[in-house]
Write a protein that binds this ligand. Structure first.
Ligand SMILES: [Zn+2]
Length: 438
């Protein structure tokens, strides 16, 4: 058997194990910085396979994490993870939201290849209706208000399958493999802190992926690359003023609600940029405490996006100027906290071509002529890709097609589990090709 035949047969032999693992991750869904049980299980499995394993503060740089919950909330999640069967040896490293795992396999001289698998769930209440397969089959999330509604349970599972197969064929690999299990992709909060710890330095090839629904029209197994995902910044904004009697002494108050309202209207009036697409959204505004009280506090959750990192920077700077000026108008203070961010991303065609050839010629998969596909939304894998690319390495963000129902981030989201074996094959065959003896 040549190496790709070995990979195909190993991946296929893992099918039932992968499905069981995916259902376990799905059932115990944990959202960003709460992936404590999930991380502990990944660390256990990688260790048992023989990987060099990084956990806790070795993975994400503590102060570079964005959008982290309070210590109190994190501790509650930690206790839950422990109660739900987290691995006792590894779960202590995740306390305080230090989630994520990196597994390293060193196979002598050769390139360094990094693979990224995101592992977090979303703040979504999962459907318990019978036509929702996880409910019907008994692996609906037991953590109410948390749900794997974007397929990251599948991504994490593929990562573990890849770990197992690559270990089995390590004698045929030349170089170093890094498996990065990234926390907190939702809200684009996690990747930057992994880059900040230097884990993408010296990486020659980088592969990330996401499940993608089948469209009407020609069916393809994989798009080897993606482009066009939007750069973004997410902010929490708090205006603080002074409460006062609205009838007796309104002049003594400082109206935080007025400052926020001024900001909302002007944020939406930021001039569009001539060089490309931009977005702004004020998603929430909560202000005031009573009918006859001048509001002393107003909180907003906002986000901006841009077709490129430069366009996003234009939006960020304009938005900050408005937010601060609105505070000055009404003599309030304004606190702006960055809760998440991503750059735009581009896949390297040279690496897309390699992945396409491997998938078509060795795995018998269907690949479109057009190797890259436009990616909507935002993805913080961009930080990892950009770090690799700025050092002369090649990076791609693959879109692996699978039958999906419900739509991403929906309470009835689900994907066809045949994705799992296919994902393992794609990653392993690509890695084996990149790490073959030259
Ligand atoms: Zn996702």
């Amino acid at each position: 058997m040549n190496v790709s035949e070995t990979i195909i047969s190993l991946a296929e032999s893992l099918e039932s194990e992968l499905i069981a693992q995916r259902r376990d991750f799905h059932k115990f869904a944990e959202s960003g910085w709460f992936e404590m049980r999930t991380s502990s299980i990944i660390a256990r499995k990688l260790t048992d396979l023989g990987y060099e394993v990084l956990v806790g503060e070795q993975v994400c740089k503590k102060d570079a994490r964005m959008g982290v919950a309070s210590e109190e909330v994190l501790e509650k999640q930690y206790q839950r993870a422990v109660a739900q069967g987290a691995d006792p040896e590894f779960v202590p490293f995740t306390r305080g939201g230090m989630t994520g795992v990196i597994g390293i396999l060193r196979c002598g001289e050769g390139p360094t290849v990094a693979l990224r698998f995101d592992i977090d769930a979303l703040g979504v209440f999962e459907s318990n209706e019978e036509d929702h397969l996880p409910a019907a089959e008994g692996f609906r999330s037991v953590n109410e208000g948390f749900m794997h509604a974007c397929g990251h349970d599948g991504h994490a599972t593929v990562g573990l399958g890849v770990a197992k197969v690559l270990m089995s064929i390590k004698d045929q690999l030349h170089g170093t493999v890094k498996l990065i299990f990234q926390p907190s992709e939702e809200g684009v909060r996690g990747a930057k802190s992994i880059v900040a710890n230097g884990h993408l330095d010296g990486v020659n090839y980088f592969l990330g992926s996401h499940v993608t629904p089948l469209f009407n029209g020609p069916h393809y197994d994989i798009h080897p690359g993606a482009y066009g995902s939007l750069a973004t910044c997410k902010y929490d904004v708090v205006y603080r003023g002074r409460a006062a009697h609205a009838g007796g002494s309104p002049h003594l108050g400082k109206n935080a609600m007025l400052a926020a309202a001024t900001a909302v209207l002007n944020l939406n009036a930021i001039p569009r940029h001539g060089a490309g697409s931009t977005r702004i959204n004020v998603g929430t505004l909560v202000a005031g405490s009573g009918r006859n009280v001048i509001a002393d506090e107003a909180k907003m959750e906002i986000e901006v996006r841009g077709g490129t990192t430069e366009l996003n920077n234009y939006m960020c700077e304009y938005a900050k100027r408005i937010l601060e000026s609105a505070a000055v108008m009404h003599d309030c203070t304004c606190e702006i906290r960055l809760m998440g961010a991503a750059d735009s991303l581009t896949s390297d065609l040279e690496l897309c071509r390699i992945v396409a050839d491997v998938c078509r010629d060795q795995l018998g998969m269907s690949v479109p002529e057009e190797l890259t596909i436009r990616s909507g939304g935002s993805e913080d894998v961009s930080y990892m890709m950009n770090r690799v690319q700025e050092q002369g390495g090649l990076a791609t963000f693959m879109r692996i097609r699978t039958k999906e129902v419900g739509g991403a981030h929906n309470r009835k989201f689900d994907f066809s589990e045949d994705f799992l074996v296919r994902g393992v094959k794609i990653f392993c065959a690509s890695v084996a090709h990149l790490m073959q003896e030259k």
